[in-house]
Design a protein around this ligand. Structure first.
Ligand code: PLP
Length: 389
């Protein structure tokens, strides 16, 4: 995970807790993705599972070609709010999902031959009856791990994600126009290079009949150390070799380092050391910190022991492990201070929950041209209550 050393807006202007997304930083990421598209002709989709702040879709769709969805709800959001192409993949579908997805998706990707055989024709018929041109794809498992954390490695032993090579012989691929894989997580282009070699070796006989191949997400394209030139070379080489169109579907790379979670220190309690309690919660507002796990960066902080004043930063919930980590600061923290966590646009808003009834963070957009902070959405008791019954 990356961290910015500063934010362009003044945190004291923000009513907390709140996510703030900086539109200027999104534009910088889009420029990088636009360059990849220009130099390859590939298509790039936004992975909604990572970032689905639809108030900025107008900006994102100036560069990106559409969205990739993991469920009927995400596909509908992509169709209604983004437009352009919608590609959907889920580990399995029910019949109701298929009937809906056939009308909201342009590409529907199956995770098994069993599901393709059961639902492929139904999906195509449903789409055709509405005058829609649906295409079907298969998710393959390249059986090539690149060292991602096992929780995020779809090629880990025992994975349920993707069809293995040994299942292909004798299968009917007539309805299939694309293959899809996803095996990377915050990784560089050398990992993609080795993955492509593994895919070509295993699935080479099937590639010539595919009009598109989707390389999935996990490409950290907008990270400063990413080898963009290698990515461009790999895409061009693959497209030329197999006479096909490459899709990428990054989530992180689109909004990497573009957002913040602004919080306020509510209390400072004495544990084995000083603990600052903020008006946020790690499991409710930044659950990946516990899931991955990682230590999010707080602007102006250092590692524990690096600066003179050391604090553990903890959240509001009952969970004993509701702790972001141990940090140090140049000045003692005071009740009322704002603490700004960086890189909080991705896998946050899409994952928040109201555990313990904790207030959901507002969603704000910062526009650098006029230094305006626009509140896009506040949440209240009604949002908590309507998810219960
Ligand atoms: C199938 C698929 N596509 C795309 C993504 C987006 O990955 P990232 O946000 O790491 O780019 C994921 C993430 O889990 C995924 O599972």
């Amino acid at each position: 995970m990356n961290g910015r050393l500063e934010c362009a807006f003044e945190p004291f202007r923000v009513r907390t807790p709140a996510f703030v997304v900086d539109e200027g930083l999104l534009r910088e990421n889009l420029a990088v993705l636009a360059d990849v598209k220009e130099q390859t002709g590939c298509r790039i989709l936004l992975a909604l599972k990572c970032f689905a702040m639809f108030s900025v879709f107008g900006l994102l769709k100036t560069v990106l070609d559409g969205t990739c969805a993991s469920s009927p709800h995400e596909a509908r959001l992509g169709r209604e709010e983004f437009g352009k192409e919608v590609h959907t993949f889920a580990a399995a579908y029910g019949e109701k999902d298929i009937r809906e997805l056939a009308t909201t998706s342009d590409h529907l990707v199956f995770n098994s031959f069993g599901q393709l055989e059961k639902f492929g024709s139904l999906a195509l018929r449903t789409a055709a009856s509405r005058g829609l041109a649906l295409q079907l794809g298969l998710r393959i498992n390249p059986e090539h791990s690149e060292g991602a954390v096992p929780l995020y490695d779809p090629c880990a032993p025992g994975s349920r994600l993707g069809i293995r090579r040994k299942e292909f012989p004798g299968k009917n691929l007539e309805q299939i126009s694309g293959l899809h894989w996803h095996n990377l997580c915050e990784q560089n282009a050398d990992c993609l290079e080795r993955t492509i070699a593994a895919v070509e070796k295993a699935f080479g006989p099937y590639l010539p009949q595919m009009s598109y191949v989707n390389f999935g997400g996990g490409h950290h394209i907008t990270s400063p150390d990413y080898d963009r030139q290698l990515l461009i070379t790999l895409i061009n080489r693959f497209q030329d070799k197999w006479n096909t169109l490459v899709y990428l579907e990054p989530g992180e790379a689109v909004a990497l380092n573009c957002g913040y979670l602004v919080t306020t220190v509510l209390d400072i309690v004495a544990g084995d050391g000083d603990i600052a309690i903020i008006d946020s919660s790690v499991p409710a507002h930044m659950p990946d910190v516990l899931e991955m796990p990682y230590r999010p960066h707080i602007i102006g902080s250092g590692a524990a022991g690096e600066k003179p004043y050391r604090y553990r930063i903890g959240g509001l919930s009952c969970l004993a492990g509701d702790v972001a980590g141990d940090y140090s600061f140049d000045q003692p923290l005071q009740i009322g201070d704002k603490l700004v966590f960086s890189d909080m646009a991705i896998y946050t808003m899409v994952k928040t929950n109201s555990f313990n009834g904790i207030q959901l963070p507002s969603i704000l957009l910062y526009r650098p041209e006029n230094k305006k902070l626009q509140t896009i959405r506040d949440f209240d008791y009604g949002d908590f209550k309507t998810r219960l019954s």
